[in-house]
Design a protein around this ligand. Structure first.
Ligand code: 6PG
Length: 240
């Protein structure tokens, strides 16, 4: 866990970890597979990464961009996680840009999930759980991550790579990677900022050890997880 004075500093560390993981993966496997999240937390990271990308020395054509989840909306919709990343980052990357593995939010949810699973099977070894080099996650103040929300039966979908879910309180159909895929990433990075997350962060990372939340289940079963927090989000826990 790393705590930074500001959101910008936490995001800058996220960029540093992203580029380090990319260099390592490209050197080791000739390819870097990363899954992004939506929401507001990744915005400064996308912006910083777009600025640094041209001089990062990365072969972006060997980078495969996926999503941890997507809202079931068209790619040009204001709620689209693809649109967010495309506007702030993907459209600004050097030529021979990354290979984009978009979740087809414009399809019916179950069809979008099946198409994404087929893409994952093609992109990773067919029957295994996809092992991403990095997955960038946020958490909600209710302890959700990606689109795995409290109250969902995560075990029911553990045999799938991606599933369609309906988030009642948001009146939102979504497609999400499942817990086994999220926790198998070579490097899981939670970027959590803002005072609204202080209580959930204190439960998950503080002495109250809230292991009942999807975010804590994913984190606790991951072999390599980094929490990047700003001081506001870390306000409820003692800093080492
Ligand atoms: C999404 C995200 C979601 C997000 C959290 C935190 O599609 O909305 O994948 O899991 O990470 O809801 O959202 P904020 O970063 O906006 O607080």
């Amino acid at each position: 866990m790393a705590v930074f004075d500001t959101v910008e500093q936490a995001a800058a560390e996220g960029v540093k970890l992203f580029l380090e993981a990319a260099r390592d993966a490209l050197a080791a496997r000739g390819r870097f597979s990363v899954a992004l999240s939506g929401g507001s937390s990744p915005v400064p990271l996308f912006r910083h990464l777009a600025e640094q990308a041209p001089r990062a020395g990365i072969d972006w054509g060997a980078v495969h961009i996926f999503w941890a989840d997507e809202r079931c909306v068209p790619p040009d919709h204001a709620e689209s996680n693809f649109r967010l990343a495309d506007e702030l980052l993907l459209s600004k990357l050097p030529a021979r840009g990354p290979v984009i593995h978009r979740i087809a939010g414009e399809l019916f949810p179950e069809e979008a999930a099946s198409c994404y699973e087929a893409d994952l099977s093609r992109s990773f070894a067919e029957d295994e759980i996809p092992v991403f080099d990095m997955i960038l996650l946020g958490i909600g103040s209710d302890g959700h991550t990606a689109s795995l929300f409290p109250g969902m039966d995560l075990d029911r979908c553990s045999g799938r790579k991606a599933v369609a879910v309906y988030v009642e309180k948001l009146h939102s159909h979504r497609v999400t990677l499942t817990e086994p895929v999220l926790s198998r990433a070579r490097h899981l990075v939670f970027l959590v900022t803002g005072v609204a997350k202080a209580a959930i962060v204190a439960e998950i990372l503080g002495n109250r050890k809230g292991l009942c939340y999807p975010a804590s289940r994913v984190a606790s079963s991951s072999a390599a997880v980094t929490w990047l927090l700003d001081a506001a989000a870390a306000g409820g826990i003692g800093h080492p």
